[in-house]
Structure formats: structure tokens, C-alpha cells
Design a protein around this ligand. Structure first.
Ligand SMILES: *[C@@H]1O[C@H](CO)[C@@H](O)[C@H](O)[C@H]1NC(C)=O
Ligand SMILES: *[C@@H]1O[C@H](CO)[C@@H](O)[C@H](O)[C@H]1NC(C)=O
Ligand SMILES: *[C@@H]1O[C@H](CO)[C@@H](O)[C@H](O)[C@H]1NC(C)=O
Ligand SMILES: *[C@@H]1O[C@H](CO)[C@@H](O)[C@H](O)[C@H]1NC(C)=O
Ligand SMILES: *[C@@H]1O[C@H](CO)[C@@H](O)[C@H](O)[C@H]1NC(C)=O
Ligand SMILES: *[C@@H]1O[C@H](CO)[C@@H](O)[C@H](O)[C@H]1NC(C)=O
Ligand SMILES: *[C@@H]1O[C@H](CO)[C@@H](O)[C@H](O)[C@H]1NC(C)=O
Ligand SMILES: *[C@@H]1O[C@H](CO)[C@@H](O)[C@H](O)[C@H]1NC(C)=O
Ligand SMILES: *[C@@H]1O[C@H](CO)[C@@H](O)[C@H](O)[C@H]1NC(C)=O
Ligand SMILES: *[C@@H]1O[C@H](CO)[C@@H](O)[C@H](O)[C@H]1NC(C)=O
Ligand SMILES: *[C@@H]1O[C@H](CO)[C@@H](O)[C@H](O)[C@H]1NC(C)=O
Ligand SMILES: *[C@@H]1O[C@H](CO)[C@@H](O)[C@H](O)[C@H]1NC(C)=O
Length: 810
């Protein structure tokens, strides 16, 4: 298995940028009703300058406030996704001279540049233009907005040097992150902005250093984020003067020497330190080093750390540690598990060989989220911690049984022990776990028939083991089940029609087992799983024929790539981590191990069985189908004309059947078709002309003596030249290739140009961690967070709204 195929899991910190400033000023009290009629008219005129299908008039006006005495607009809070269009210099926005609060973020101003006219809005206290597709320079006239306390220009495409902000002396929050700003930070930035508490410059092209006044105690800076720029090492020293910092992000600095964490020993309030993607001075990680003891969260990922950082021993407040993607060797020390508040530990992708101490070493640890995937751990698996919520040991070499103790870890939600060498049987207690991944081990016996009513299981992957027996009928109790993978085992059963009762099942693969019998019910009715999108039955012993109506009522909803980007199937997200289901994808004649699957991906693979009769005409109803593989069966009759209606089809494999007649000319219009094989049938006549067909390899059509036309040699108007080629090469041999490699290999040609749309990032697990870092935090906050994890499982989308109040005074 090559690295590019592997799922990478990582922790990332959600820094506490999302600080809500609490305004006590009067305009919060005032309702839109207070707006005078001419102001309402002006507001509607402003709306009319844009396409605003994204929001209705009511929602729009709901975000507006006016002064109750004058009736003039003081606040505009545009709903996200409300406007699309250019913000013009003559926009009526700039007539609202009394605006104090303007939030246009998360709209699409389609690469407008920022009009100079913003400077008309001299009363602005809050200006947020984040994530709104603005480009170009920040006009110098912004420096007239001298009442600003909050300026957020993040996530745009703004260029040029650092904006002129030195006259904005009231600024408390300045967020310029994720833009294209370049050059240096003005040397008087911090001295000019005495009230600044939050400075976020992450993800720009800034260089040089930062200057900090010597009288550092005067700095109120609480959050400083400088990551992903080209800052130099000199930046470190001044930072050590910012003694009120709680949250410091210095990831990915451009320094030629290793970073010495001891420089930060003066930051006695520091809670969160991110120095990932830097080289770290080993001495500063040793136990006699000194870094702020207050630290709750330390992120050291993607560094060059070789030894387990013994400095952690001194960090009694540590809740979250991320040392993933380093090269740490040896065993995880025993003391690590005694850190009293440890809650999240990410040890992914190092060279750990195991755990120091007895098999009970983890038992008393307070850790709740623990990931040591992708290491070299061997031997028996340790007894899991008592409060464990998320346990991942993916891709190690553990042997022996899966510890039965997981059965009485009532908080456990996610268990991923895939790609190890576990033997024995599957513990009979998967009921309360949402995600169980035991893929690629050497487990034996049958899948425990122990799912009881109310089972929470959503994902069950036991593929590539040595499982026998039947599919457990108690799976019917798993009404949340959406991903079921039992492929590559020795399960001997008939087709589980009964799974149709599961209302959420989306992916079901029983590829390469010993299933047998018919795929259609005796009443010859449709198959009709309610939500199924991927059905893989390949390489079993299914027999019989499929009735014409077989694909009727097959709900293939038309979830497409939506505006928020692609949605992957089995995307389990919450505020602490996410897990994405992956699948071995066999598609376009290729094989990809453990790819993420888009929700819009819909495939049927019945290949390598003993199916006969005609291909059901109703296949044409599956308009969203992307891949259809019926190869290596005994289908007879014609290729159904209705296939021409499956307009999304990218891969069609009907090879090695007994199909006869012509290839319907209409299939030539399937514009996404990138891979076709009809080899080894009894087809005749002209191959449909057009790039989709003529661009295929000749081998896609071989073994049909009656076919002619491109890509075969010889035109249809001359007697077709007999292909002398013998069927010697074993076409059935799977090509184990990464699709990406193939795309590169073939060049970005027409045929493969679409591949990436349906593939697949190179990792599939993300962790999202939120650390409570305000002064108001409760001792038990972290624990509470995890205890409420279940109920908040789906609240991930509100991540940005899980903000904290700061108790700053403005
Ligand atoms: C700025 O806006 C972005 C996008 O909405 C948000 O993620 C970020 O938290 C904001 N920054 C601050 C400091 O509020
Ligand atoms: C405006 O509203 C505030 C808060 O409701 C109230 O205290 C104030 O008296 C109002 N002013 C006028 C002129 O109505
Ligand atoms: C601005 O509006 C967005 C929604 O579009 C919201 O997420 C964000 O918190 C708002 N920021 C401020 C400072 O009001
Ligand atoms: C703004 O100027 C454009 C030309 O640049 C003009 O078409 C448009 O009508 C003007 N809009 C307003 C509101 O005056
Ligand atoms: C903004 O709108 C333009 C034009 O409609 C579109 O091309 C672009 O993709 C949109 N950008 C975003 C981020 O939605
Ligand atoms: C800042 O203010 C001073 C005086 O108030 C003014 O002279 C100067 O031009 C301003 N600077 C900028 C960049 O606007
Ligand atoms: C800070 O103090 C040091 C000496 O303690 C001095 O060399 C340096 O110039 C001072 N820096 C500033 C910005 O005042
Ligand atoms: C550091 O910056 C210099 C110049 O900007 C650049 O040439 C170099 O590649 C950068 N190094 C790193 C490690 O980013
Ligand atoms: C493991 O970490 C290294 C960097 O230390 C990185 O280059 C590599 O891609 C990572 N491996 C995986 C599978 O993510
Ligand atoms: C599992 O064990 C077999 C031999 O027993 C070995 O060949 C294989 O590499 C091991 N797999 C893993 C993932 O450690
Ligand atoms: C299919 O069934 C035949 C006998 O009926 C058996 O020999 C063969 O091994 C079975 N194939 C699979 C893949 O189970
Ligand atoms: C294709 O779909 C259209 C409309 O959905 C339908 O009228 C037509 O009969 C279908 N063609 C075939 C061959 O099924």
C-alpha cells in the first residue's frame, strides 16, 4: 500500500479567532422598524444592486438596525450568501454615513476591489468583509475609519503591502488572514494600536519580523497568529515580550535554524501554542527545559522531532497534544498517560513501536481522543482508557485479539483498528459504537449477531478478514447504518434483501465473498433499497436473471457538489474530530484503495458472478449512476438503449458476457464516458463514433468479431480486419494504481479530465479540536464537552458559531 493511498489523520486547532465582541451600545436594542422610510428605500436599492436570490427581503432587513431617534441606519449585518455581484464605488451603501456596524462577510462580491468610498463611513466601529471575494489593494482611505474597533478582511484575495492601520487607534481586533498581503509588518503597528487584543495575519506572504515595544506589559495582545507566512527567526524574540498572550500560532515560519521554545518562557498566560511545520530545537523539548506551564494545547505536528518530548511531563494543564507527522521513535513513555488533564492526544504518523509499561498503562489515563494510527506498533493491544471516546490505531502491526474491554467503554464512539494483524473474533459489542472499522486484519468467525434495538452503528467495515458464516440478521436493528462493508471475506449467504428495511443504507459492498443465489425476489419486483448509492456484489456466486423492472424505484437522489464544496459520504464531523468513510473504488478499469467517496457518486458493480438473461431496461432510470460494471457474467440480449439516458455515466464495463446486436449509436452522446469496455461479447456493427468511444483502447472492443470502426483498425465499409491477437493477456488482473497517478500518466486529456471531480483527497480523517481558553472557562469544561459529544455530534456546521464571549472592555 503506497503512502498516497493512506488515510492521514491529523489534529488541527481551531484557534479562538471567533471571538465575539459584546457591544453594549444602544443599537442592539433598536429594531429595523425604527428605520425611516427613506432609509428602508435606500436599503432596498442597495439590495437591488446585486443578485440576491440567496436571501429574501425579510432576512435582509432583519439584519438591519436604525437609530431610534433619527431613523438612520446604524447596522447592516448581511446574511451569508445573500449578495452576488460587484460592489461599485457609487453603491448606495456609501450613503449610510451613520453606519457603525457593517458585516458583508460570506457574500460574493465577485472580485470587486474595495472602493475608496468605504472611508465615507466614518462612524464604523465594526467592519467585516471576510470571505467575500474581494481582490486588489486595500485603499489608503481605510485609515480614515478611525472609530474602528473590529476590522476583519480575512479570506479574500487582497494584495499589496500591509494595510495602513496606524491611525485606527481604537482597533481591538484585526484579522487580515488568508489573503495575499506581502512585505513587512509596519514597525509601529503595535505601538500605534494600544488596544489591540487579536492580531491574525496567518496565511499571507508577509516577511521580516514584528516589533514589540519594550514596555511589553502595556500590550493587550491575547491572540497572535503569524503562521504560514515567510517570517524570519528574528520574529521570535520580540514575541517573548507579549506577556499577555494566550494564543500563539507560529506554524510554518521561514527560519533556517531550529526554533527554541524556551524563548516563550515569559508568556505565563499562554494556553495554546502552535509551532507546527517548524524545526524545533531538541533541547527545548527536554524535561529540564522551561516553557509556559499554563499551556493547555501544544501543536508540534509536521516537525522533525525524533524523541518523545519529555517537556510534556511538566505541563500539568496540558489537555491537547499533537505530535503527529514527526519521526519520533521508540515507545510512548508511561508518564505521558499520567498527565492529569490530558484529553486529546494525536500521535499519528511517527515511528512509535509501542507503549512503555504494562498492558494497563492506558487504563487510568484521562485521554478521550487518542489516535496513534500509522506507526509501527507491534504486539498486543493495550487495554483502552476508561473514558475513551475515539480510539484509532489504524495502520500498525498489532497482533492478538481485540481487547474485550472495549465492550465496557460506554463513552466509546469511534473504533478504528483497521490495517493491523488482529486475530480472533470480533467482540460481540459493537452496538453502541457509531463507527467500527476493522478492515484488513485476520479476524475469524462470523460477524456477531448481537446488534440490539437502538443500535447506533452507522459505519461497519470488516472487509479483508477471514470472516465466515452469514450476515447477522440483527443488523436490521441498526437503523442508522449507512455504510456496510463486508468485502473480501468468506461469508456464505444469500442476497440480504432484508437490508432494504434499513432507511439510511447508502453504501453496501459484499465484494469477493461466497454469496450465492438469486438477486431478484421471486415476485420479480424491483430491488429498491431506499437510499442505496453504491452496491458492489462483484466476485460472488450470484445466479439467475434480473427482471426488466429491477432498477425501478431506486432512489438515486441528485446530491451534487454543492456550493460549500464536495460532500463526502460518511462525513462524520463534530467539533472535535471528523471521520470520513472510505471505500476501495473500482472504476474506469482501475482500482483505488480506500478513497473518499462523494455523495454524488453512485455505482453498481455486479461483475464476476453468474448472472444471465437481459440487462434490465430500467437501468436507464439511474440517471445519477457514474459507474456500471456487469462484466464477467452471462448476460445475453442487446445492450439496452436506455443506457443512453444515464447521462452521468463515466465508466461502463459490459465485457465478457454474451451480448449481441449493435452498440446503440445513442451511447455516443454520453459525454462524461471516460471508460468503456464491451470486449468479449458477440457484438457487431459500427462502434458509435465520437471522442468517447474512438478514444478508447482497442482492447475495449476486442473479442467481438463483428465490430468495426474506430478505434478498431479498418473502417466499416471494408471487410473488417480480423484481429489476430490472442486472448493471452489476463485482462482480469486488477491494475492497482492510484487514480491520480493515472491522470498524470495519461496526461490531462479529455477522457480523464473529469476524474478528479469524483476523487478523492489523499487523507480521510480530520480532527477538529476546540480548546476552551477564556478566563471564564470552568474546570470541568473539557470533560463536559466530551460528555455532551453525542448530542452535539451533528453540530459541526455551527463550528464558527461556537464562539466565546470575551470579557474585553471596548
Ligand atoms: C473573521 O471572519 C472570518 C470569516 O467569517 C472568521 O472565521 C473569523 O473568525 C473572523 N475573525 C475574527 C477575529 O472574528
Ligand atoms: C431608544 O431605545 C433605547 C433602548 O430601547 C431607549 O432607552 C431610548 O429611550 C430610545 N430613545 C428614543 C428617542 O426613543
Ligand atoms: C458577520 O456575518 C457572518 C455571517 O455572514 C457571521 O458568521 C459573523 O459572525 C459576523 N461577524 C461579525 C463581527 O458580526
Ligand atoms: C453606478 O455607476 C454605473 C456606471 O459605472 C452606472 O451604470 C450605475 O447606474 C450607477 N449606479 C448608481 C446607483 O448610481
Ligand atoms: C462568485 O460569483 C462568481 C460569478 O457568479 C462565480 O464565478 C464564483 O465562483 C463565485 N465565487 C464564490 C466563492 O462563490
Ligand atoms: C493619520 O492621522 C494623521 C493626523 O491625524 C494624518 O496626518 C495622517 O495623514 C494620517 N495617516 C494616514 C495614513 O491616514
Ligand atoms: C528595548 O530595550 C533594549 C535594551 O534593553 C534596546 O536595545 C532596544 O533598542 C529597545 N527596543 C525598543 C523598540 O525600544
Ligand atoms: C524563506 O524565504 C526566502 C525568501 O523569501 C525563500 O527564498 C525561502 O525559500 C524561504 N524558505 C522557507 C523555508 O520558506
Ligand atoms: C508522515 O509525515 C511525513 C512528514 O513527517 C510526511 O511527509 C508524510 O507524508 C506523512 N505520511 C502520511 C501517510 O501522511
Ligand atoms: C501480518 O502478519 C503477516 C504474517 O503473519 C505479515 O506478513 C504482514 O506483513 C503483517 N501485516 C501487518 C499489517 O503487520
Ligand atoms: C461458487 O460455487 C461453486 C460451486 O457451486 C464453487 O465451486 C465455487 O467455489 C463458488 N465460488 C465462490 C467464489 O464462492
Ligand atoms: C429516456 O428518458 C426519456 C425521458 O426521461 C424517456 O422519454 C425515454 O423513453 C428514455 N429512453 C429510453 C430508451 O429509455
Amino acid at each position: 500500500m503506497s503512502l498516497s493511498h493512506l488515510r492521514l489523520r491529523f489534529l488541527s486547532i481551531l484557534l479562538l479567532y471567533g471571538v465575539v465582541v459584546v457591544f453594549t451600545s444602544s443599537f442592539l436594542m433598536i429594531k429595523a422598524l425604527e428605520c425611516s422610510p427613506d432609509q428602508i428605500e435606500a436599503l432596498l436599492q442597495f439590495k437591488n444592486e446585486f443578485e440576491s436570490e440567496g436571501c429574501n427581503r425579510r432576512d435582509y432587513l432583519n439584519g438591519v438596525r436604525c437609530d431610534n431617534s433619527t431613523g438612520l441606519v446604524t447596522k447592516i449585518q448581511l446574511p451569508s450568501g445573500c449578495f452576488t455581484g460587484i460592489l461599485k464605488p457609487n453603491s448606495s451603501l456609501f450613503e449610510f454615513h451613520h453606519l457603525r456596524y457593517l458585516n458583508l462577510s460570506h457574500n460574493n462580491f465577485t472580485s470587486s476591489s474595495l472602493p475608496l468610498e468605504f472611508s465615507n463611513l466614518k462612524n464604523l466601529e465594526v467592519l467585516s468583509l471576510a470571505s467575500s471575494s474581494f481582490t486588489g489593494l486595500v485603499p489608503s482611505s481605510f485609515s480614515n475609519l478611525i472609530s474602528l474597533t473590529h476590522l476583519n478582511l480575512s479570506h479574500n484575495d487582497l494584495t499589496g503591502s500591509f494595510p495602513l492601520v496606524r491611525n485606527l487607534t481604537k482597533l481591538s481586533i484585526l484579522d487580515l488572514s488568508s489573503n495575499q498581503f506581502s512585505g513587512t509588518i509596519p514597525s509601529d503597528l503595535l505601538p500605534s494600536l494600544p488596544f489591540l487584543t487579536h492580531l491574525n495575519l496567518k496565511q499571507n506572504h508577509l516577511t521580516g519580523s514584528i516589533e514589540v515595544p519594550n514596555s511589553s506589559s502595556s500590550s493587550r495582545l491575547v491572540l497572535l497568529s503569524l503562521g504560514n507566512n515567510q517570517f524570519e527567526g528574528e520574529i521570535l524574540k520580540p514575541i517573548s515580550n507579549l506577556i499577555n498572550l494566550k494564543n500563539l500560532d507560529l506554524s510554518s515560519l521561514n527560519i533556517s535554524y531550529p526554533l527554541d521554545l524556551r524563548l516563550f518562557s515569559s508568556l505565563k498566560s499562554l494556553l495554546l501554542l502552535d509551532v507546527s511545520k517548524n524545526r524545533i530545537l531538541p533541547a527545548s523539548l527536554s524535561s529540564d527545559s522551561y516553557i509556559p506551564l499554563s499551556l493547555e494545547s501544544l501543536v508540534l505536528k509536521y516537525g522533525d522531532i525524533i524523541e518523545f518530548p519529555s517537556i510534556l511531563k511538566t505541563l500539568k494543564n496540558l489537555q491537547h497534544i499533537d505530535v503527529s507527522n514527526n519521526i519520533i521513535q521508540g515507545k510512548v513513555p508511561e508518564w505521558f498517560w499520567k498527565l492529569p488533564r490530558l484529553s486529546i492526544a494525536n500521535l499519528v504518523n511517527n515511528s512509535f513501536t509501542g507503549f512503555e509499561g504494562s498492558s494497563e498503562v492506558l487504563l487510568k489515563s484521562s485521554v478521550q481522543i487518542l489516535d496513534f494510527a500509522y506507526n509501527s506498533m507491534t504486539g498486543a493491544f493495550p487495554i483502552p482508557p476508561l473514558k475513551i471516546v475515539y480510539l484509532s490505531a489504524w495502520n500498525n502491526s498489532f497482533t492478538g485479539n481485540i481487547p474485550l474491554e472495549i465492550c465496557n467503554r460506554s463513552s466509546l464512539v469511534v473504533l478504528d483498528l483497521s490495517y493491523n494483524n488482529f486475530t480472533g473474533t470480533i467482540p460481540p459489542c459493537l452496538n453502541n459504537l457509531k463507527i467500527v472499522n476493522l478492515r484488513k486484519n485476520s479476524l475469524e468467525g462470523s460477524i456477531p449477531d448481537e446488534f440490539s434495538r437502538g443500535a447506533l452503528t452507522q459505519t461497519l467495515d470488516v472487509g479483508f478478514n477471514r470472516l465466515t458464516g452469514k450476515l447477522p440478521r440483527s443488523l436490521l436493528n441498526c437503523s442508522f447504518l449507512r455504510f456496510l462493508s463486508v468485502d473480501n471475506n468468506r461469508i456464505e449467504d444469500t442476497f440480504p434483501f432484508w437490508l432494504k428495511a434499513l432507511p439510511n443504507l447508502r453504501v453496501f459492498t459484499l465484494r469477493s465473498n461466497r454469496f450465492f443465489g438469486h438477486l431478484s425476489t421471486p415476485d420479480q419486483g424491483p430491488l429498491a433499497f431506499p437510499e442505496l448509492r453504491i452496491l458492489e456484489l462483484s466476485d460472488n456466486n450470484f445466479t439467475g436473471s434480473l427482471p426488466p423492472s429491477y432498477f425501478l424505484n431506486w432512489k438515486a437522489s441528485s446530491l451534487k457538489i454543492n456550493e460549500d464544496g464536495p460532500i463526502y459520504m460518511g462525513d462524520y464531523k463534530n467539533a472535535y474530530y471528523s471521520y470520513e468513510d472510505t471505500l476501495d473504488l473500482q472504476y474506469k478499469g482501475l482500482f483505488m484503495e480506500q478513497g473518499k467517496v462523494l455523495t454524488s457518486y453512485s455505482t453498481i458493480d455486479f461483475s464476476r458472478n453468474k448472472l444471465e438473461g437481459q440487462i434490465p431496461e430500467s437501468i436507464g432510470l439511474l440517471k445519477e449512476l457514474i459507474a456500471l460494471n456487469l462484466s464477467n457474467n452471462a448476460f445475453t440480449g442487446h445492450i439496452p438503449l436506455s443506457l443512453a439516458n444515464v447521462t452521468e455515466l463515466e465508466s461502463l464495463d459490459l465485457s465478457r458476457n454474451q451480448l449481441s446486436g449493435n452498440i446503440p449509436r445513442e451511447l455516443g452522446s454520453l459525454s462524461f464516458l471516460a471508460y468503456v469496455s464491451v470486449a468479449h461479447n458477440q457484438l457487431k456493427g459500427e462502434i458509435p463514433q465520437g471522442p468517447q468511444f474512438s478514444g478508447q483502447a482497442e482492447s475495449s472492443f476486442e473479442g467481438n468479431v463483428g465490430l468495426c470502426g474506430l478505434p478498431l483498425q479498418g473502417s466499416c465499409f471494408a471487410p473488417p480486419i480480423q484481429q489476430p491477437k490472442e486472448e493471452d493477456e489476463d485482462e482480469e488482473e486488477e491494475q492497482v494504481l492510484s487514480w491520480k497517478a493515472v491522470v498524470i500518466g495519461y496526461g490531462p486529456g479529455l477522457l480523464f479530465g473529469l476524474v478528479l471531480a469524483h476523487v478523492i483527497a489523499s487523507y480521510n480523517l480530520k480532527w477538529f479540536v476546540k480548546i476552551v481558553g477564556s478566563d471564564k472557562r470552568k474546570e470541568e469544561n473539557q470533560v463536559e464537552m466530551f460528555m455532551s459529544l453525542d448530542s452535539r455530534w451533528d453540530s459541526f456546521n455551527n463550528m464558527h458559531s461556537v464562539e466565546q464571549e470575551s470579557d474585553m472592555k471596548i
